[in-house]
Ligand binder design. Structure first.
Ligand SMILES: [Zn+2]
Ligand SMILES: [Zn+2]
Ligand SMILES: [Zn+2]
Ligand SMILES: [Zn+2]
Length: 389
């Protein structure tokens, strides 16, 4: 589709490698927007992720470790170079001490100054509430709560100044400017023909847009041809409206529950380990649930394919007295900017049949999916609507 997807394929070997600990994915996929994983990579900034094989010795070591190793001049062939760029050193200083990612939104700190991104902070509080314990800082064990911790604006601003890579043209920009660049300025961003409104399906990089529009055949179509195209567009519009109407009618159900969910990366124990995601147990509608997700439906080598998808399943962990018929929905959460399309799923949970099949997570495209994989934890919001007869 876009130039960006071709580059994903070219990067090779970029599958995220996360471990079951809090260690971050060490080799961010090159197609990702370099939001965090890619940026922590010592090699990534030196001219594209292609170099990451050579960077910092053990490619599976967490970035923090590799950074230190490189800084100390220990081992690797790059140690001769000695110095690590300032922004790379800052990544390890400004990252969240829980997920080791660069925070995307608010940053909180414990009374001893340990930094936590909003997603991790809220999760620590929520986990503690579920276990009926006092939440503590994972670094120094001091008590944390919304009133004990404060935001650290200096860190938030510093992070927004750090360079980040455009997912289309691979150039570096301060994080704070990246969104505008990708939306409005990048010459390689994916654009659509201005005659899309009368049915032209073309999309491609911005720098090819003028040439296409000059030779686009759509403006010369006759009224009758346009009527057909408009009919088709009416149909898809109608489908969209149906979706929104069903969401609105779900909202008037008596029993609705929702919660923030954080998919965390794990590796299977297979000979060739596979990446999968799982959320901590969550309570919605007085039942305990878990969500699992996998990459490219667990195909053997997802890093060899340029198309990235995630699929997920919802599992009911508690025992129930009678079948529970539910509609459910995954949407963007409050602490992340995942682009996900609303899709309503439906399932009747019983004690014997307590997990849904794997269903595609409706992420808008592969670029967005890589961005999620690079960021390690995936924060979404789950809604469950119980259907009562
Ligand atoms: Zn975090
Ligand atoms: Zn602390
Ligand atoms: Zn760009
Ligand atoms: Zn066109």
């Amino acid at each position: 589709m876009s130039g960006a997807e071709e580059r994903e394929a070219g990067g090779g070997g970029g599958g995220p490698a996360a471990s079951s600990s809090a260690a971050p994915a060490s080799s961010a996929s090159p197609g990702g927007l370099g939001e965090a994983g890619g940026a922590e990579e010592p090699g990534a900034l030196l001219g594209g992720a292609r170099q990451h094989g050579e960077a910092g010795g053990d490619p599976d070591a967490p970035p923090k470790k590799r950074l230190r190793a490189a800084g100390a001049g220990a081992g690797g062939p790059e140690s001769a170079a000695g110095s690590v760029k300032l922004e790379e050193r800052l990544y390890s200083v400004l990252c969240c001490t829980v997920c080791l990612d660069l925070p995307k939104a608010s940053v909180y700190q414990c009374t001893n100054g340990h930094l936590m991104c909003a997603g991790c902070f809220i999760h620590l509080l929520a986990d503690a509430r579920l276990k009926e314990e006092q939440a503590t800082c994972p670094n120094c064990r001091c008590e944390i709560s919304k009133s004990l911790c404060c935001r650290n604006l200096a860190v938030e601003k510093a992070v927004s100044e750090l360079p980040s890579e455009c997912g289309f043209c691979m150039q570096q920009f301060p994080r704070s400017l990246l969104e505008r660049h990708q939306k409005e300025e990048c010459q390689d961003r994916v654009t659509q023909c201005k005659y899309k409104r009368i049915g032209c399906p073309w999309q491609g990089p911005y720098h090819e847009l003028t040439v296409h529009e000059a030779e686009c055949t759509h403006p010369t179509k006759t009224g009758n041809e346009l009527m057909e195209i408009l009919d088709e567009m009416d149909q898809s519009r109608k489908k969209e409206m149906q979706l929104y109407n069903s969401i609105f009618s779900l909202l008037s159900f008596e029993k609705i529950g929702y919660t923030e969910v954080q998919f965390r990366p794990y590796r299977t124990d297979d000979f060739i380990t596979r990446l999968y995601y799982e959320t901590p147990r969550l309570t919605v509608l007085n039942q305990t649930w878990v969500l699992k997700a996998r990459v490219n439906d667990s195909e053997r080598n997802p890093n060899l394919s340029c198309k990235r998808t995630l699929s997920f399943q919802l599992i009911l962990k508690s025992k129930i007295n009678s079948p529970m018929e539910c509609s459910f929905l995954l949407l963007e959460g409050p602490y992340d900017d995942v682009k996900i399309n609303p899709v309503i799923y439906h399932f009747v949970f019983t004690n014997e049949n307590n997990e849904t099949d794997y269903m595609p997570l409706p992420i808008v495209d592969s670029v967005e999916c890589n961005k999620l994989l690079a960021a390690k934890n995936i924060n979404l919001r789950l809604f469950i609507f119980q259907i009562q007869k």
